[in-house]
Structure formats: structure tokens, C-alpha cells
Design a protein around this ligand. Structure first.
Ligand SMILES: NC(=O)c1ccc[n+]([C@@H]2O[C@H](COP(=O)([O-])OP(=O)(O)OC[C@H]3O[C@@H](n4cnc5c(N)ncnc54)[C@H](OP(=O)(O)O)[C@@H]3O)[C@@H](O)[C@H]2O)c1
Length: 290
């Protein structure tokens, strides 16, 4: 059985644990490292994983390591585990879930030959409906890639992409659940404004979002066709669509996704050296949710 290590049991780390366990991976084969022992205990109680506070112990003798820490912590965590990875009997594949951090930046920290992979996940992984875009480093073979895809399919749909596409991918899938949540949130408030009770407005908005997503996915039809199919001449839907278009919805989406891709590129860009003292954790511009 493959042994897996997950470094950082936050939102993405927990989503991964939850998906892997539900898909049949034995929790005793999942080693999870957290800085705070109380977080390790929570994850142990919920899933029965093996918890550690020491990163090097957590990656000892495992086949695959998932880095689920913030982008600013990836390089230091990799440096900390590098020697242990070298001493593992088998080649340990390192998979980063972090926005922005390039394959090259990671390959520079580990020994030559270490298979390194970059994945852009999203939080619907929590319910095993994630979208995971994968780019592989120089030392990942076809067989290793197939194993990684199989592991990741436990938590969602997997797409292999060029690393040069990652900034756009973050805008399209890594960050996009938040755009859909915002849209549904606005729909709920709009329902309340139309006189519906909040619970009913929420249930109607969420059920419609779910149904629309399933319809797009299961039929494979172009969204433009599905929309045209429900826009009768002079009808109710086209009246709403016209308002959305005149309010600039399409332009807002172009601008939002450009900003998101730009921000992802900034996260991976080399940082200027500090002029005076040591940088504070947020001095390089990262926010808590990057
Ligand atoms: N959330 C999203 O929607 C999303 C989408 C796509 C990609 N991502 C990527 O996924 C990664 C994780 O994001 P997240 O949202 O899951 O963040 P998060 O909830 O803050 O989780 C990060 C976890 O890593 C732990 N950690 C930090 N340094 C550590 C270390 N040295 N050893 C062990 N654990 C350590 C943190 O512990 P403390 O609490 O002690 O700091 C925290 O539990 C990020 O790189 C992000 O770019 C996130």
C-alpha cells in the first residue's frame, strides 16, 4: 500500500485527507504534519490518520508527499525534508498544492532526480468534487503521473496542464468556487429582497446552481446553448439576462480572472531581498487565503 504524507492539515490538507479516506485509503497510511499538536489531534479524532508535528518524521519512508502549506512556506518546508527524502528507500514524489510556486523553484531545493509535481486544487475537494490541474517536473515519468492522477481522482476531476497555463488555471478553477459562492450569496439576498424567507431563498439558489452545474457537466453542451434554450422571446429569463449583460457581468469576469492570474504570477516571482530587518510573514504581500 502507498504511504502518503500530508504537510499542513488546513483546508486543502483536510479536504485531501477526507477524500483519500473516503476513497478507501487506510488512514494509518496517511501521515499528517501540523505545527499545532491540537490540530493534529482534531484530524486524528476525525479520520484516524497518523499525526506528527515534525515534518521530517512525517515524510520518513513514504511514497508521496503532499505540501498543503501556504505558498510562502513551501520552500522552507521542502528544505527541511530534503535530506530525509534522499534517505528514503524509494523515490518519494513531492506534490505541491500551493498557488504560484513553480516546479523550478521546488526542484532547486530538493536533490536532482526528485520527482516534483505542482497541483492546483480547489475546495470542492472537501466533497470529492474538486478540480485538480496537474503539471509535472522533469523527473516524473508516465507511470508516476498515472499513479498521481489515480490518487487525485479520489477527490475530484484531474486535468494535466502545461505549467505555463497555471496562472490561468488558478483563475478558472483554483479560485473560482469563491466567485460562484459570491453569485449564489447575491441570489439569496435578491430572493429576500423579492420577499422570500432566507432559508427558502438559499435552498432555491443552491439547488439551481447544483442543477445547472450537473446539466453542463452531464450533457457536455455549451453553456451558451443551454442558456439560449431557456431564453424564450420576450420572456422572463431574457429580461434577467439583459440586465446582467447591461450591468457588465461579462466584463467583470474578464477583469476578475485577469487580476487573479496576475496575482498568482506575483506569488511565484522571485522576491526582492529585505532592505533592513527580517521580513514579517506578510511583508511580501501575501494574504491569509493565498
Ligand atoms: N483554500 C483554497 O481555496 C485553495 C485553492 C487552491 C490552492 N490552495 C493552496 O493550498 C495551500 C493550503 O491552503 P489552505 O487554504 O489549506 O491553507 P490553511 O488552511 O492555512 O492551511 C495551511 C496549514 O499548513 C499548516 N502549516 C504551516 N506551516 C507548516 C509546517 N511547517 N509544518 C506543518 N504544517 C504547517 C498551517 O498550520 P498553522 O495553522 O499552524 O499555521 C495550516 O494548518 C496553499 O498553498 C494554497 O495556495 C488553496
Amino acid at each position: 500500500m502507498t504511504k502518503i504524507s500530508i504537510i499542513g492539515g488546513g483546508k486543502i490538507g483536510e479536504a485531501l485527507i477526507s477524500g483519500l479516506v473516503s476513497s478507501g485509503v487506510n488512514p494509518k497510511d496517511i501521515h499528517v504534519a501540523n505545527r499545532r499538536p491540537e490540530r493534529g489531534k482534531e484530524l486524528f479524532d476525525a479520520y484516524g490518520i497518523v499525526d506528527y508535528t515534525d515534518v521530517t518524521q512525517a515524510v520518513d519512508d513514504v511514497d508521496t508527499v503532499f505540501l498543503c502549506v501556504k505558498p510562502k512556506d513551501i520552500v522552507s518546508v521542502l528544505a527541511e525534508m530534503s535530506e530525509t527524502l534522499d534517505n528514503n528507500a524509494q523515490d518519494t514524489t513531492v506534490i505541491s498544492m500551493a498557488a504560484g510556486i513553480t516546479l523550478r523553484a521546488m526542484e532547486e531545493v530538493v536533490s536532482a532526480g526528485t520527482p516534483v509535481v505542482r497541483v492546483m486544487p480547489n475546495t470542492p475537494m472537501l466533497v470529492r468534487s474538486g478540480t485538480l490541474a496537474v503539471s509535472v517536473g522533469r523527473f516524473v515519468g508516465a507511470e508516476e503521473l498515472a499513479d498521481i492522477e489515480e490518487l487525485l481522482r479520489a477527490v475530484g476531476d484531474v486535468f494535466v496542464v502545461e505549467e505555463s497555463q497555471m496562472d490561468a488555471v488558478v483563475a478558472m478553477s483554483g479560485s473560482s468556487p469563491a466567485y460562484y459562492f459570491l453569485f449564489v450569496e447575491a441570489m439569496i439576498d435578491a430572493g429576500i429582497s423579492l420577499g422570500l424567507p432566507r432559508d427558502l431563498a438559499r435552498d432555491l439558489a443552491v439547488s439551481s446552481a447544483h442543477g445547472a452545474a450537473l446539466l453542463m457537466k452531464e450533457t457536455g453542451e455549451e453553456p451558451s446553448l443551454l442558456r439560449a434554450n431557456v431564453s424564450s422571446p420576450g420572456g422572463t429569463t431574457i429580461a434577467a439576462i439583459r440586465e446582467l449583460e447591461e450591468s457588465g457581468l461579462r466584463g467583470a469576469i474578464y477583469r476578475a480572472t485577469s487580476k487573479c492570474a496576475e496575482r498568482n504570477a506575483q506569488l511565484g516571482a522571485p522576491r526582492p531581498a529585505p532592505k533592513h530587518s527580517v521580513l514579517s510573514p506578510t511583508a511580501n504581500g501575501e494574504t491569509e487565503d493565498d
